[in-house]
Design a binder for this molecule. Structure first.
Ligand SMILES: [Zn+2]
Ligand SMILES: [Zn+2]
Length: 293
C-alpha cells in the first residue's frame, strides 16, 4: 500500500484561457463559429475558458478598419454583440458538463469608453470584462504597423506613446476595475526596441504604478500568448514586467486570445511553462465574477 501511495499521479497543471474565443460570427478578423471554438477547447482538455469577444464600437468613427472596409455600421455591430451575448449564454449551459465557460467581453479605451462600457455591463450582464487598451488618441495602434506609426506621430514620439498608453491603462484599471487586464504591454507590438524602452525610468514608473493598482484591486493579468502566434519572442507580459508582477504577488494566468480554432491548444503550453517556471500559482485563480441584482 505504501508503494501505491508513492506512485500517485503527479498533479497536472490545468489548461485554461482567461481571454479569447473571438469568432468569425462576431468578429471580422477572427475565424470559425463560436460553437466550434468551444468544441476545440473541450477537445484540447481545457478546464475553463473565459470567452471575451470585443465590445461593439461606440460609433462609426471608432470601428476597426476591417469593419469600416466591410461597411458594417456601429449600430449593426451593436446588434451583433447582443446576439453574441445570447449565444455565449446558451453555449455556456449546453456544454456545462464538459467545460466551465465564463461569458465576458473585451473593452476599448477610446473617448467616452467609461460610461459606454459601464452601460454595456449593465445591459448585457457578463461574468466579467477583460480591460484592454487598443487606442491612443482614438487611433487603434495594434491593428497594423501603419496605424502604430500614426499613433506614434499623434503622441509626439514613441516614448510618449508608451507613457500615454500606460496612463490610459491606469485610468481604465482604476475606473472600471476589470477582473482581468488584457495583454498588459501590447503597446510594444511593433517596437523592436521594447526591452530597453520599458525599462526607461519614466515608463517603468508608470508600469509599476499600474501593477500596484492591479494588486490593490485584486485583478488578474492575462498572460497573452497571441504574441507568439504573431511571431513575437515572448508573450505579453514581457519578462522584466512579469518578474515585477511576481515580486508584487499579482495573479497572472494564461490567455490565448484565440481568434479561431487553430489558435487553441498550442501556444498556451508555452505560456503555462513560463508562468510555472517563474513560480506563479498554477492552480489558476478564476476571475471574480459580477453579481447582478
Ligand atoms: Zn480581435
Ligand atoms: Zn485585445
Amino acid at each position: 500500500m505504501g508503494l501505491m501511495l508513492a506512485i500517485l499521479p503527479m498533479k497536472t497543471i490545468k489548461k485554461i484561457s482567461v481571454h479569447g474565443g473571438h469568432s468569425k460570427e462576431f468578429c471580422l478578423h477572427a475565424k470559425d463559429l463560436l460553437e466550434d471554438i468551444i468544441k476545440k477547447y473541450i477537445k484540447e482538455g481545457f478546464t475553463w475558458v473565459g470567452i471575451s469577444e470585443h465590445c461593439p464600437p461606440i460609433n462609426d468613427n471608432l470601428r476597426y478598419q476591417d469593419e469600416k472596409d466591410a461597411d458594417i455600421s456601429a449600430d449593426q455591430l451593436k446588434n451583433q454583440f447582443k446576439n453574441y451575448i445570447l449565444k455565449i449564454n446558451k453555449l455556456k449551459k449546453k456544454y456545462a458538463l464538459k467545460i466551465k465557460i465564463f461569458s465576458a467581453f473585451e473593452t476599448e479605451a477610446y473617448d467616452g469608453y467609461i460610461d459606454y462600457i459601464n452601460k454595456l455591463i449593465q445591459t448585457y450582464k457578463p461574468d466579467y470584462i477583460v480591460g484592454s487598451v487598443h487606442h491612443i488618441n482614438n487611433i487603434c495602434f495594434d491593428y497594423s504597423k501603419p496605424l502604430y506609426e500614426e499613433a506614434i506621430r499623434s503622441a509626439g514620439g514613441i516614448n510618449s506613446l508608451y507613457k500615454k498608453y500606460f496612463d490610459k491603462q491606469y485610468e481604465l484599471i482604476t475606473h472600471l476595475r476589470p477582473a482581468v487586464v488584457g495583454h498588459f504591454d501590447v503597446i510594444r507590438i511593433f517596437d523592436t526596441e521594447y526591452k530597453k524602452r520599458i525599462e526607461e525610468n519614466e515608463i517603468w514608473e508608470k508600469i509599476v504604478r499600474n501593477l500596484k493598482a492591479c494588486k490593490e484591486n485584486d485583478l488578474i493579468l492575462d498572460f497573452n500568448t497571441r504574441a507568439l502566434m504573431k511571431k513575437a519572442i515572448e508573450p505579453y507580459i514581457s519578462k522584466s514586467i512579469l518578474k515585477k508582477a511576481k515580486e508584487l504577488n499579482i495573479k497572472v494566468v494564461p490567455g490565448d486570445d484565440s481568434h479561431g480554432t487553430m489558435d487553441i491548444g498550442t501556444d498556451i503550453k508555452t505560456g503555462i511553462k513560463i508562468l510555472s517556471q517563474a513560480g506563479f500559482n498554477t492552480d489558476w485563480p478564476e476571475p471574480k465574477i459580477y453579481t447582478y441584482t
